[in-house]
Design a binder for this molecule. Sequence first.
Ligand code: FAD
Length: 537
Amino acid sequence: MQKSDEVDILVIGGGPAGSTAASMAAKSGLSVKVCERSKFPREHVGESLLPASIGILEELGLNEAISNAGFLPKYGATMVWGKDETPWSWRFSETNKQNIHSYQVSRPIFDEILLKRSAELGVLVEEESSVSKILTDDSNRGVVVTNKMGQEYFQPAKFIVDASGQSALLARNFDLRQWDEHFQNLAIYGYFAGAKKLDAPNENNIFIESYENGWVWAIPLNDDTTSVGAVVDSNESNAKLRKTDPITFLKDQLSMTNRTSHMLSEAELKSDVKILKDWSYTTSKMAGDGWVLAGDAACFIDPLFSSGVHLAMMSGVLASAYAVTCLKDKILGIESASVYETTFRQEYDHFRDLALLFYSSNRTVDSYFWEARRIFKEENYFSDRISFIRAVSGQSVRGYERVALERGELPNEFMSAMSLHNKKSEDRNAKLLSIQDSILEKIPCLAPEAELEKKPVLAEGEFEWGTVITTPYRKEGVPCSNFVANLLMEIDGEKSLSKIVEGLSTSASEDTKKQLLKYSIEAISILFIEGVIDNLD
Ligand SMILES: Cc1cc2nc3c(=O)[nH]c(=O)nc-3n(C[C@H](O)[C@H](O)[C@H](O)COP(=O)(O)OP(=O)(O)OC[C@H]3O[C@@H](n4cnc5c(N)ncnc54)[C@H](O)[C@@H]3O)c2cc1C
């Protein structure tokens, strides 16, 4: 078998995860190659993006290209969920002041823009090149590729990023994949012309409607096309699909909906109807010696919250940082593996928790689909409330899901967990207000579960050593400045805040002392609201 020249990083798959990882690694000055099985532009479902991807697009230098591509700006979502047939909408701007919109994209075009950008940044992009084997040994690392001429060759690489999407090449080879028993659905979808739009100002929103057999999406695209699909039970639907063709099956499902069927009353199906296994999964290990999994190659969650491309691009950035770090500093690289995995999993779990809640909250619909998904009938489901509270506690940068959750028909147990959490935050705010004139005399105490740890933190395109505060809500840790770290290390449950700052600023000038005092009050106040500081008495 022929052998190619070794590259620093070999990326399998040129979807959003692979192209983002490749571009970021190329920006760090490494030699990078992408092997992509298809010829782009290639078909792909998943058109509705989240504002969380906008920052990464900027980082990739794609702002202009994306805004010039003619994609519809998406300002929010509209839902009919449960018995109440009145649609309700929420806008990203309600909670995200920085990026108030994302886009509804044609995925073939969007993915191609991203992959072309990788090539512009110096990545060697080889399309129609399929990877069939991965070798991860330190002494013989690389992949076996079949190129478009049908020739097989070995591509040596110092590091491998698997971004092969649901093919999940490495996870399957190493038997790492773990299926999620709660989300074993099937998606069936097609593209319609001439669908009615939602009323302004929600005309570009994704529309989601639950119905007896599951839920449907309608995503308006820029050329009078609407992507329409149904998410239904896998077993039940497969049985039905053995007796009928996909077009009839999809149309039957859509006819059971109230609003979507009205939106499509004069529309025409203008594509094939595709069926996809929509089973959620994760992997038991996402990063190892010389390899990392990014995007769907690592985990996939039901598309209810349109989170797939965001997770793919976010993990692409992190995967590149992990690879770059491993190649520069092996010890820091080893430590970074768990940071990569915890950060990615935390974001994934956030969307999984939300999806679980939404599926469970559709209590008013009696059908096999919804009954099977009412997990809250299980005893003690809420005994571990932490992940749910985290999902809505506003710690997420997007936060708009909180609005959705507050408006849904959520289980009482969840609502009481949430109001307890909100009450705690209100009490803390009130307490802070009442002690603002005497805060310097107060003695701060760290919450028992809050810890200060030295860990790799994401810096410019790679990990570096830093200090993080970990809490049960933020297991991956929130990086903090040296100043905040020093402040926290001085907290012993005996010294007042003024004594702590005095100790930290003995040799500083009067002006600097004043500044430090001001920063300390600000930092302690924020940490108190977030629960890192437990007591201020
Ligand atoms: C029904 C459904 C609806 C969805 N809706 C949305 C949505 O509205 N919004 C959203 O954000 N997400 C949505 N998603 C999820 C989203 O599409 C994916 O999460 C996203 O595409 C993941 O990106 P990726 O780069 O990891 O994988 P992919 O985009 O799948 O890219 C993987 C690439 O790897 C290539 N590849 C595979 N095997 C090999 C190999 N052996 N050798 C070389 N190359 C290979 C493939 O050709 C492909 O180009 C949806 C998913 C489903 C199933």
